[in-house]
Design a binder for this molecule. Structure first.
Ligand code: FES
Length: 182
């Protein structure tokens, strides 16, 4: 894994996700990653309690959580695949398909909407060359989505790029924000 650093925090490794999406499934939890899970399990009273961090490990390693990844986690934690899928689909932080190296979330809920969030969203789509929401740019770098309230309604428009939180984004600021992403 080659960690990507945005905002000083370790982000999922998206480098080879597109290729991985079309290859035969290879288990995530082998070698060092399996040892990491085993150590993780010592911190929880039950295997089920470790479901969220286990899924996060899958996403960190593969860039997203595939159906096969859900089954692997279910087997290891002695859960049903349906239960694991229910959790994955509940939390928007888990990607159910490959995404760009930079996953951009723009709040467009009403308080931000009346402050121009739609224009910010359009600026990200235009300047990332993704073409539309949810699609990944041809260079594999960007995916842009709109999300519900990010909890910073007084700082419209808030945007999350991987783990970095950016407040008061305007369409004019978008090119500079993207330019500093290596
Ligand atoms: S409505 Fe946009 S952050 Fe709350």
């Amino acid at each position: 894994m080659t960690p990507d650093l945005v905002g000083g925090l370790e982000s999922p490794d998206y480098a080879s996700h597109d290729r991985a999406a079309h290859e035969p499934y290879a288990p995530v939890f082998t070698g060092e990653v399996r040892r990491e899970l085993d150590e993780l399990l010592t911190h929880y009273p039950t295997k089920m309690a470790a479901l969220l961090p286990a899924l996060w490990i899958v996403q960190r390693e593969r860039g997203w959580v595939s159906e096969e990844g859900m089954v692997e986690v279910a087997d290891l934690l002695e859960l049903t695949p349906a239960y694991v899928k229910g959790v994955v689909t509940f939390y928007t932080m888990y990607h159910q398909h490959p995404v760009g190296r930079y996953f951009i979330q723009v709040c467009t809920t009403s308080p931000c909407g009346i402050c121009g969030a739609e224009d910010v969203l359009k600026a990200f789509v235009r300047h990332t060359n993704t073409g539309d929401l949810g699609l990944t740019s041809p260079d594999g770098r960007f995916t842009v989505i709109e999300v519900e309230c990010l909890g910073a309604c007084g700082f419209a428009t808030p945007v999350m790029i991987n783990e970095e939180f950016i407040e008061s984004v305007t369409p004019e600021k978008v090119p500079d924000i993207l330019a500093r992403l290596a």
